[in-house]
Design a protein around this ligand. Structure first.
Ligand code: TXA
Ligand code: MG
Length: 340
């Protein structure tokens, strides 16, 4: 199929894209986290087109995107905790799992009785949802198994010819997918995936709520993970990734020893690039910079066919660093090495 690509979309382009959604088509669009691949969340056959375009397993449920938290009760059973979270963090990079209402088809939830809801803050995303007049089901707009797209070029590389349209909106502000939380029946809150809304922010908002981060558990053989998406290998570059922890100087000298190996690449801070040669791909501005750059770096390594091994610095596990570490450890297949 031919994919309409709207560069720098104007109001009318967004309306055309909304018409495509209304008539059961698929549109990729920017959000503040990563690009999403959207379709009408109330139309089971439109949702199926998303799975087909991505090559995504059909039991991996989709997030529904709404224009306002006020719309949530049309599609799911909300609770008090949801209202507190929504007033603090919506619109924004937070997804909440709630019991679904009948109107949401099982094709969207992968057969589950719950549904994931999010209200993106991106201007184009918000308008697209408003003009469509329906909730938009959207996973990240990448081919299944590839890093999530953080700029239009990534979406075009993966999905051009497989979907109806792409709204190009520049680079995503955060660069990692939303934080996913689930209110539990015992009053606690589970974090299924860390993201831009950090555990520290959740803790500050909800001092009396028990918050359990269950996002790092390595999926056990034969057991159902809390989020169906956890069981699939994610963010997997072609090269083997290893995360290095330990003292800064020791990690740097380990990396320096390998800098002349042509099949070795590094993910490191800008300050180290001059020390590690041209196979060092760098990020700036600490953990926010790493969040912003990580997926683009992983994609660039895939283009550098000679690279067989990638060594990455251990991110600091505070704030958004936790989300960065979560994505990296999955890309690394849980390979974390202590250098001493
Ligand atoms: O930032 C984001 O969340 C982006 C943008 C486009 O909004 N979307 C995104 O979607 O990352 P996706 O499909 O790549 O990841 C959604 C995750 C999957 O791991 C899925 O298994 C989980 O959310 N999920 C969705 N519905 C769920 C449910 N009812 N219960 C548990 N996990 C669910
Ligand atoms: Mg995804």
């Amino acid at each position: 199929m031919e994919t309409k690509i709207f560069k720098d979309p104007c109001e009318q382009d967004i309306m055309i894209a909304a018409d495509i959604i209304k008539s059961g088509g698929t549109v990729a669009f920017p959000t503040e986290t990563v690009y999403g691949l959207g379709a009408d969340a109330l139309d089971a056959s439109a949702a199926k087109k998303i799975y087909a375009a991505k090559g995504r397993p059909s039991d991996n449920p989709l997030i529904i995107h709404l224009a306002s938290p006020d719309d949530v009760s049309k599609y799911c059973e909300k609770n008090e905790l949801f209202d507190i979270l929504a007033s603090a963090f919506m619109p924004g990079p937070l997804t909440v799992i709630l019991p679904k209402k009948e109107i949401i088809p099982y094709e969207v939830t992968g057969g589950l009785e719950s549904v994931a809801v999010r209200v993106p803050s991106d201007r184009i995303a918000n308008k697209l949802i408003k003009y469509s007049g329906v909730p938009i089901a959207a996973p990240s707009a990448n081919l299944s198994g590839k890093p999530s797209p953080t700029c239009p070029e990534h979406v075009i590389a993966d999905l051009n010819g497989r979907i109806d349209a792409i709204l190009c909106g520049g680079r995503c502000m955060i660069g990692l997918e939303s934080t996913i939380v689930r209110p539990e029946s015992d009053g606690s809150l589970s974090v299924l995936r860390p993201g831009g809304i950090t555990i520290e922010m959740l803790g500050a908002l909800l001092p009396d709520t028990e918050i359990n981060d269950i996002s790092f558990s390595k999926p056990e053989e034969g057991k159902a993970p809390p989020a169906p998406g956890m069981k699939y290998r994610h963010y997997a570059p072609n090269a083997k990734v290893t995360i290095l922890s330990g003292e800064r100087e020791k990690v740097l000298s380990f990396m320096k020893e390998k800098k002349n190996d042509t099949d070795v690449g590094f993910i490191c801070k800008k300050e180290w690039s001059g020390l590690l040669g041209e196979n060092a791909l760098t990020y700036s501005d600490g953990m926010n910079g790493m969040a912003h750059e990580l997926f683009a770096i992983l994609r660039r390594f895939d283009e550098m066919k000679q690279i067989k091994y990638i060594y990455a610095n251990m991110p600091e596990e505070i704030g958004i660093g936790r989300a960065v570490f979560n994505r990296l450890i999955k890309a690394a297949g849980f390979d974390l090495r202590e250098i001493d």
